[in-house]
Design a protein around this ligand. Structure first.
Ligand code: FES
Ligand code: FES
Length: 159
């Protein structure tokens, strides 16, 4: 059954008719062409699909698009641009925390959710916040270092 939803995505209201069983991940990728969120496991295990829903990190493969009706979604496309990278994006580059890049959007959004709630996280806080995000390439050290680098720059300005 189709339902009408209006979701604020990266600051822009989007209204669509969607199948009631469509996930937020498929809505973003298929309907809005926002392909930064990745489909890895499709069952809440890998974190490749993480986006912010009202500022909180969620696995978008486990959220129905209909559940996002009337709410605010932020994807990796909404936090920076190639001309002006978000401090987390710049830090991931500086710290060599990106290899294949598959996990990176989810990592950055999980980190952003943490920094929104805890602007001065310890290394343990960061490890905990990223525990649902899997990376097959980097070994995590560089990712932790990137979040530590970006944290002071995000204070007061993270979305
Ligand atoms: S695709 Fe959603 S957690 Fe893996
Ligand atoms: S950079 Fe390849 S999975 Fe993380």
């Amino acid at each position: 059954m189709k339902v009408s939803i209006t979701v604020e995505v990266n600051g822009q209201k989007e209204t669509r008719q969607v199948d009631g069983s469509k996930t937020l991940l498929d809505f973003l990728r298929d309907e809005l062409d926002l392909t930064g969120a990745k489909e890895g496991c499709n069952e809440g295990e890998c974190g490749g699909c993480v986006v912010l829903l009202d500022g909180q990190a969620v696995n978008s493969c486990l959220v129905l698009a209909a559940e996002a009706d009337g709410r605010r979604v932020t994807t990796i496309e909404g936090i920076g641009s190639s001309e002006k990278l978000h401090p987390l994006q710049q830090a991931f580059l500086d710290q060599h925390a990106v290899q294949c890049g598959f996990c990176t959007p989810g990592m950055i959004l999980s980190a952003l959710s943490l920094l929104n709630q805890n602007p001065d996280p310890s290394e343990e806080d960061i490890r905990q916040a990223l525990s649902g995000n899997l990376c097959r390439c980097t070994g995590y050290r560089q990712i932790i270092d990137a979040v530590m680098q970006a944290a002071p720059l995000c204070r007061g300005g993270a979305r």
